[in-house]
Design a protein around this ligand. Sequence first.
Ligand SMILES: *Cc1c(COP(=O)(O)O)cnc(C)c1O
Length: 451
Amino acid sequence: MNKIMYSSTNGHPELLDFKEALLRGQAPDKGLYVPLEIPQIPKEELARFPGMEYPEIALSVMRPYLGYLIPKDDLVAILRDAYDFPVPIEKVYDEKYVLRLDKGPTFSFKDFAARLMGRLMQYFLKQEGRSMVILTATSGDTGSAVAHAFYGLDNIKVVVLFPEKEVTGRQRKQMTTLGRNVTVFAVDGKFDDCQAMVKQAFVDPDFAGLNLSSANSINIGRLIPQSIYYFYAWSRVAAPDREVVFSVPCGNFGNVMAGLLAMRMGLPVHKFVVATNENDEFPRFMETGDYRPISPSVKCISNAMNVGHPSNLARVFWLYGGSMDEAGRVVRAPEIEAMRRDIFAKSVTDAETRETISEAYNRFDALLEPHGAVGWAGLARYLKEVEDWSPSVSLETADPAKFPEEVVRAVGLEPPVPAGLSRLDGMGERFDLIAGEYGFFKEKLSELFRG
Ligand SMILES: *Cc1c(COP(=O)(O)O)cnc(C)c1O
């Protein structure tokens, strides 16, 4: 099987295989790992997807990346274990669908990435007798998905940072009620501050011995598994020979990057709608060709998407022949016309998000939360500009019960709370509150790993 190597978007000359790129997380030059070659899924194989279950499709998508590292039977077992929850595709009207990616253990689409990444890391660490510290910044849902994915593993410790005022009570509880190998810090600052602190820890020589790894969407091992559900959705609504439109609510752009990767692997996609909240740096770039990060990021109700400079844009630029460094400076312009052919980008205000939740429910009986509503609003904008496009799939990335205030406000109804969430309400929490400066965090982290 072909061995695909990975390089840094910042041009570091070192090439790594999947295992090392996964365990390393970020490249030494602060770039993100990208595959030097994108594997193709042959048409004959795609044609079989409609008859296959989710873990089987996952095997077809992941095997070209992992086949030389993991024997097929082991990979099958890992995928079955990771993807043991339903992935409903809800028809809203005609051929317009919502893909519900919110049925995993933390009711966030981030479970899809984190569960497979966690299992792959454990597989490789066990093989090598190594241990590791996962350090992750979250704007809402990453932290809980990652913490759950690694919870209870002996050779892995997890440290999560979240912006104290930007996550909901339930999002917070999903992280702070775990304990054991999971340590949580609330930061008096924004998501961007959390992410900056994490990035600084990674390059801090004092932590070189800790074997730090990132589980953010910057990890290539989190990115690639997200391509799977695009194939799955296509197989259910458009196979065997029609293209599909996907609308993706975007924050750090890992989700849509995985979709673009799926398209390059051969998935028949007509267009990606990139829907952002009021953090509109990317839609503006698509319009003007001029990229300007937004700092500080705008606080919107779709809080997991409050990102003023998405890390994964470096990968999106790479995919289109461009280059962007970690600060958002465009080193080489991408082929923007090619990007415009593949991507329709729109920013959605909070007011429009709220109207969308209300309209989707009242007109179509579809219950959305703020992130999914941004996606659905983006799709509506796209459908207004083209004659008609079918089939279209909008991604719902979290369970509405995680955002009860906004749902009640928009539709006057308490979203049904899944048992796995309501259970948290009475549980005790453990976390430290720290200032949003690296020095404080460094002290805490040193303390944690001193003994
Ligand atoms: C993380 C997150 C997003 C944004 O996904 P990206 O891959 O960062 O673009 C959207 N919705 C929810 C609920 C999320 O948790």
